[in-house]
Structures are given as C-alpha cells and as structure tokens.
Design a binder for this molecule. Structure first.
Ligand code: SAH
Ligand code: SF4
Length: 354
C-alpha cells in the first residue's frame, strides 16, 4: 500500500485536486473550521472525502504532556510519529479588555513559540536543547501543526491574530528550506493567514543562512541571539561563533530586507557576572550603531546542571536603562512561564527523567 501523504506539508497550489475550488474548501476545513478528519468535511462530495482519506492525513503530532504557568502560558510536549519529542508554548500577552458596559473592546493577544528541529547542533553552553546535538529536522508539516494544534485545542478562532516566534527547540536557519515553507503555508489566505510580519525567526547567527533567508524576501522578522559583544566570550557561550563571528553576523543583518516600520531584534541573554556589566552595554551600543535594532534582554533561566547563574533583576534594569538612554529600544523579556520549565528543552528534559 502506498504511504499516506501529510497534507500539512503542502501549499494549496501543491494539492492536485480538480476542480480547484475544492482545494480551497479542503484547506479551509483543516485550518479555519478545525475539522478532525476528511469524512467530516460535509461540503465535499462523499467520494472525494473517501479518496482524500485514503491518500492523505493531517495529524501527525500527539500532545503527551502540558503545563500551565501562573501567568497562563501553556507549554506543550508533542510526540512525533517516530516517537521523538518537541516543545511549543502558547503565550498570552495581554488580557481581554471590556468597556464599562461589558462589551469586549480588545481581544487577548497570543504568541505561539514553535520548534524547528529535534535537538540542535549549535551547542550553546547555556541551552538544554543543544546538549545532545541534533537529532533531526522537522518537516514543514510538523512545524505548521504545532500552530494549528495549539489554536484548535485552545479554541482560538482562526481569524484571531497570533504572532509566531521560531524560538522553540532547534536552529530554524539550519532547517531553512522547511522553515521557509512553513512561513509560506502559515501565511496563505486559505490556511491560518498569519502574515509573515507576525512571524519572527530567531537564529544563533548563521550569517550565510541569514543572507539566504533575506534573498527569499519572505517578509519575516529576524531575531539574532547575540548574547555577547566580544568574540571570545561569545565563542565560549555559543561555539557556532567560531564559524560565524560577530562581524559576519552584523554584516548579514545589514543586508537583510526589513519593513520600513520594523526593526531587527537582538536577543541578549543576561548571565550573572558574565555579560551583564555596564561595559558590556556600552559595547553593545557601539556594535548596533547604524542598525535599526531593538534589544530584548532575557534573564538566564537556570536548569539542572547549568554552570551559569541568573542575574539580579536590578542588574538587568541597569543594563536596560543604559541602552534606553542611548536611544535603543530595549525590553526585558517577562519571565513568562518560569514556573513551568520555561526555556526551550526543559520540559522535554524533565519528562525523560520521570
Ligand atoms: N536556535 C535559535 C532559536 C531557539 S532558542 C536561537 O538560538 O536563537 C530561543 C531563545 O532561547 C534564544 O535566544 C536562546 O538563547 C534562548 N535560551 C536558550 N536557553 C536559555 C536559558 N536557559 N535561559 C534563557 N534563555 C535561553
Ligand atoms: Fe540551538 Fe538556539 Fe539552543 Fe543555541 S540557543 S543550542 S542555537 S536552540
């Protein structure tokens, strides 16, 4: 028997069904009406439903565990068809707002953080995901399904805007082809219609791939995990810096096409007594000179066996104040989900120990 095809790997233009308006209907059933299977797609002729059911499927990941934090972030552990596991997180950024008559005036804001690989080969010394190297790339369908599953199971209507961050497990630019396809699938009008401008790809700084991504002109936003301002320290924290040093990353960022109203995000992981001094902030300001940048400070999230320590919030605020005074937009990432094994790789790690 021929193997079934995962339909979530396909763009509407790749599904060979005639007449073509049926393709739109099928994609709408999956992504907008959250159908569970082909047989339930009542607007399609019965024989087509049966045919689709024989050739395709659109569910390959299984949620085996989840944790909800005090701030309502939910972290999911998904099992893939080959039993490997990945994590995704639903972050609720703002609560619903009502006017004095009880009428809803603004919806909750959601961000979904998704994984792009099982494991990672960048080997950052502060990160649990990188500890055991790369196991495999995720297919576009497996990346897409994390978003679809989370929207569907939280009953978030398809038209409700969500932001996507490729900040879960793995290095998205090491799986560029599938990640680029994911961006296209997620943004298609017949699927979830999530504009590329609401999708942020975070990278440890694979300069060559940043340039390649830029040339694809997808319209996505870019985040660089910088974490250090001199090559010596950065190589200690992120061995990938040997292949792509800071200068090469800055060079690639300068070539990256960004929307007039947008900026490149630089993530800076503050580690106690390592990179959290004002002298580091000064060097960061110099480094970002001439780039439309914003900085997101992250407080290191300790995990079992980690050699680094979390800095004090006081230090983080000093760092932030310095950057702000120099005119750089700078936020401190809220410690969302600290009580739920927040940083990438931590839920998976704990599950394996149980
Ligand atoms: N590989 C990509 C995207 C996934 S990692 C990248 O490195 O950018 C997403 C973010 O989580 C990165 O900025 C990474 O540095 C950060 N991170 C990893 N381990 C962490 C930890 N223990 N505490 C806080 N942030 C962490
Ligand atoms: Fe990989 Fe990102 Fe973790 Fe580094 S921080 S090991 S690049 S997932």
């Amino acid at each position: 028997m021929k193997e079934k095809i995962n339909l979530l790997n396909l763009l509407p233009s790749e599904l060979d069904i005639k007449p073509t308006f049926r393709v739109k209907q099928i994609f709408n059933w999956i992504y907008q009406k959250y159908a569970d299977d082909f047989l339930a797609m009542s607007s399609l002729p019965k024989n087509l439903r049966v045919e689709l059911n024989e050739k395709y499927y659109f569910s390959s990941i299984k949620c085996i565990k989840y944790e909800e934090s005090m701030d309502k972030s939910i972290k999911y552990l998904f099992e893939l068809e080959d039993k490997m596991c990945i994590e995704s997180v639903l972050l609720s950024m703002k609560e619903e707002k009502y006017d004095k008559n009880g009428k809803l005036i603004s919806h909750k804001k959601y961000t979904i953080c998704i994984s792009s690989q099982v494991g990672c080969r960048s080997g950052c010394t502060f990160c649990l995901t990188g500890k055991n190297g790369l196991k495999r790339n995720l297919s576009a369908g497996e990346i897409v399904e994390q978003v679809l599953w989370i929207k569907k199971h939280n009953k978030i209507p398809y038209e409700r805007r969500v932001n996507i961050v490729y900040m879960g497990m793995g290095e998205p630019l090491d799986n560029l082809e599938n990640v680029a396809k994911t961006v296209k699938i997620l943004s298609h009008n017949d699927t979830l219609a999530i504009s590329p401008r609401r999708q942020t790809i975070s990278t440890s700084g694979l300069a060559k791939q940043i340039i390649k991504l830029g040339k694809m002109n997808l319209g996505v936003l870019l985040a660089i995990s910088l974490h250090a301002v001199d090559d010596e320290l950065r190589t200690k924290l992120m061995p990938i810096n040997k292949a792509y040093n800071i200068a090469s990353i800055i060079d690639a960022v300068k070539k990256f096409p960004i929307d007039e109203r947008k900026r490149v995000m630089f993530e800076y992981l503050l580690i106690d007594n390592t990179n959290d001094k004002i002298e580091h902030a000064k060097m960061l300001v110099r480094l970002l000179n001439g780039i439309k940048a914003k900085v997101n400070l992250i407080l290191f999230n300790p995990h079992e066996g980690s050699i680094y320590k979390r800095p004090s919030l006081e230090n983080a605020i000093k760092f932030q104040d310095y950057l702000s005074k120099k005119g750089i937009t700078c936020t401190i990432r809220e410690s969302k989900g600290l009580d739920i094994s927040a940083a990438c790789g931590q839920l998976k790690e704990r599950n394996e120990k149980i």
